[in-house]
Design a protein around this ligand. Structure first.
Ligand code: NAD
Ligand code: 6OD
Length: 495
């Protein structure tokens, strides 16, 4: 594999907090390191407890001001201005996502930044057009008109991961603002740049100070944890690992705060013998290896009906070996690095474990060599295993890398049982040309979303979230509106 590492120079070299409408530096800082070649991209302010408190106090003050009382159409206008602001700096946001994560430029353009914009536009439209709830009741006490009002929760703490930085950050910031909340947001320490550019957009469009605040820093015993425990925060919305979700749940318990959790997964793809073979191979290639397997929706378990099994494994192997792993700055790259050396060590640990657990390594399983600066990056080879038992750790635990295990199955009930035999319940995809099978199987799968002959297609108005250890609650469309607002029923005697 060949690759030339080259990173842009135009991005900010110092990333600061954004508190009360101003960029604020800190004494302590940490390095933002490129996963492509290990070089330092920037230094990032590390929030101490004083900075976290200042951001929360700024949000509380703003929450008492006009933002809270602003009518939905006016807030929707602000969201559209934010979307316009991202659009005006589209290439800067693409450069930020590519630099921080090493993902292919085409992906950053078509998915990450495009979805960042869409998140603001979607929730602007939703709050502008949201229907109300009205009920007329006749009672012995008279005639009543009941209606429901929505109020903001107050100050919402947003904590997001590194795998789709802008997409997942804006997926929570946009509805929180749309419902009239003020926000204190902490992006992942691994990917701080696009959130900083978003703060620049907020400043440049003149968003009222304190409505959106950004703090940088780490999670446990640092900015993330202090945000969750602060009494000035009314709700926490979090995307990340299940074990972090569990820690946050304990941290918010004393304050009885609202939480919304989008957590890990061990997602399955099921290929029935009646599937469109080429579409299924193409779909599983994407669902297993997009973003180097670092999408919470990626399929790490693939079940193929036995008559197709050998042919499917051979076809997926050929397509996987044709992926071009390397620097995003080189034309033709399809697959970038993992996010960090630390994460690569975890994934390589699973590569070793799979062999110990008895896997046949169909392809991959190692580290590519480039003969250039990418050798200091966090790359691994896209990997396929077969022959592991269902209870192997590599088949049950989330790995979050470019890897899948393929197993044969013999009938529909059996595969549904095996898919559901998981601690997780985020997503699944089913490949079949049978309409009745699709409708029979999909509702039986214990996940928040099931795709049929598709993967990662999202209408932002639909509920999104996970079952079991994959999450708590749903966001998307009116489900986000429900999470980010408090409902009050008003009952008026009219006669
Ligand atoms: P992570 O849980 O390590 O970190 C996520 C965020 O939480 C970071 O900002 C981190 O600083 C912060 N954090 C860590 N410990 C904390 C604590 N004790 N208190 C408060 N904040 C804390 O997750 P990650 O490694 O950044 O992301 C990968 C994980 O996210 C994978 O498990 C993946 O499946 C999951 N994920 C889930 C979804 C979903 O929609 N269900 C989407 C994307 C990623
Ligand atoms: O599509 C979304 O809104 C969403 N939250 C996707 C999550 C992807 C996980 O990596």
């Amino acid at each position: 594999m060949t690759s030339n590492a080259r990173a842009p120079n135009a991005l900010p070299r110092r990333l600061r907090h954004f508190i009360d409408g101003e960029f604020v530096d800190a004494e302590a800082s940490f390095a933002n390191v490129s996963p492509v070649d290990g070089r330092e991209l920037s230094r990032v302010a590390e929030a101490d407890a004083v900075a976290v408190d200042a951001a929360i106090q700024a949000a509380r003050r703003a929450q008492q001001g006009p933002w809270r009382r602003m009518r939905a159409p006016e807030r929707a206008d602000w969201l559209q201005r934010i979307a316009d602001g991202i659009e005006a700096r589209f290439d800067d946001f693409v450069a930020a996502e590519v630099a921080d994560t090493g993902r292919p430029i085409a992906q950053a353009r078509s998915l990450d930044v495009t979805r960042g914009i869409a998140n603001f536009r979607t929730f602007a439209d939703l709050v502008r057009t949201a229907p109300g709830e009205f009920f007329e009741t006749s009672t012995p006490d008279g005639d009543m008109l009941n209606y429901v009002t929505r109020k903001p929760l107050g100050v919402v703490g947003v904590i997001s991961p590194w795998n789709l930085p802008l997409l997942l950050f804006t997926w929570k910031v946009a509805p929180a603002l749309a419902m009239g909340n003020c926000v204190v947001a902490k992006p992942s320490e691994e990917t701080p740049t696009s959130a900083t550019l978003l703060a620049e957009v907020m400043r440049d469009i003149g968003l009222p100070p304190g409505v959106f605040n950004l703090i940088h820093g780490h999670g446990a015993n640092a900015a993330g944890e202090w945000l969750t425990k602060h009494p000035g925060v009314d709700a926490i919305t979090f995307t990340g690992e299940s074990k972090t979700g569990s820690a946050i749940m304990k941290a918010v318990a004393d304050g009885v705060k609202n939480v919304s959790f989008e957590l890990g997964g061990k997602n399955a793809a099921v290929v029935f013998a009646d599937a469109d073979f080429d579409a299924a191979v193409d779909g599983v290639l994407r669902s297993s290896f997009t973003n180097a397997g670092q999408v919470c929706l990626c399929s790490e378990r693939v079940y193929v009906e036995r008559p197709l099994f050998e042919r499917f494994v051979a076809a997926l192997k050929a397509r996987t070996e044709a992926l071009r792993v390397g620097s995003p700055y080189e034309a033709g790259t399809t697959t970038g690095p993992l996010i960090s050396q630390g994460h690569r060590n975890k994934v390589l640990g699973y590569f070793r474990l799979a062999v110990e657990e008895g896997a046949t390594v169909v392809t991959g399983g190692g580290v590519p060599r480039f003969g250039n600066a990418c050798d200091d990056g966090a790359f691994v080879e896209p990997t396929i295993w077969t022959d592991l038992p269902d209870d192997a750790r590599c088949v049950t635990e989330e790995i979050f890398g470019p890897v899948c295990h393929i197993a044969p199955f013999d009938d529909e009930d059996e595969v549904v049982r095996r898919v559901n035999d998981s601690a997780y319940g985020l997503a699944a995809s089913v490949w079949t040309t049978s309409l009745s099978r699709a409708h029979r199987v999909a509702p039986q799968i214990e996940t928040g979303i099931v795709w049929v002959n598709a993967w990662f297609v999202r209408d932002l108005r639909t509920p999104f979230g996970g079952a079991k250890q994959s999450g708590f609650g749903r966001e998307g469309g009116r489900h986000s509106m429900d999470f980010y607002s408090e409902l009050t029923t008003v009952c008026v005697k009219v006669a």
